[in-house]
Design a protein around this ligand. Sequence first.
Ligand SMILES: [Zn+2]
Ligand SMILES: [Zn+2]
Length: 268
Amino acid sequence: MIKADFHTHSEFSVDSRMTLSEMAERAMELGLEVLCVTDHYELGQCDDLGAEELFDVPRYFDALREVKERYMGKIDIRFGVELGLVKSSKEELHNFVAANNFDFIIGSSHSSNGKKLSNLEFFEGRSEQTAFLECFQSILENVKNLDCYSVYGHLDYVARYGPTKGRNFRIADYHEVLESILRIIIGNGHGIEVNTSGFHYGLGNPHPHKDILALYKELGGEIITVGSDAHTPKRIGADFGRVADLLKSLGFRYYSTFKDKEPMFHNL
Ligand SMILES: [Zn+2]
Ligand SMILES: [Zn+2]
């Protein structure tokens, strides 16, 4: 059983109103042992991203420390962040991670070449495959240039916003770039996450698609965290049983948690 949710958003993210206490209570109710809070920290590098999504770092750590102490012995709260990765902000991103004592950093792509993946314009005037490929190429550039993350978040997040919602997603169309991405992640000692929000968005798969998980396994990938990407209490721990079954069917035996940026492994 997976007993750790490693992707959750509190009211420190602009798109969540969930308090840290609500999160801790819900996680305990589900029998989870570890909860990692990973609020958005998105530097404003995108032409159309609008305002930067940043939290007040001292306030964030104070609030996390307070809730960690309050729930000590009941649930283990870890300090995380979901960091928007863009290679042009390399120095700023690396400085941010070096300056703050996070347990865990999800590196995510929410944009590609200055365009938000959730905007329809990203797909306009070209095939879904071309748009997906461009996104994967920008992820490849990120992993070649950036080292400020523990796991890469929702690798095929772009699929959820495509006109067919990824129905025609076939790993063969992107095999070369995906293999390069995964080889670099593995070679640099990082991991990937399985993000259960893919089920919530009706993709029938988590992020990433099971075929990408199979490729990761084939290439020797071992570090996998599991996260719900919950923005509301009821989404915490969602579909974890389904993901455990999927990972086991692909030959994985462990999932990971992180403390002080170091991975630990637990039986699935
Ligand atoms: Zn994300
Ligand atoms: Zn998220």
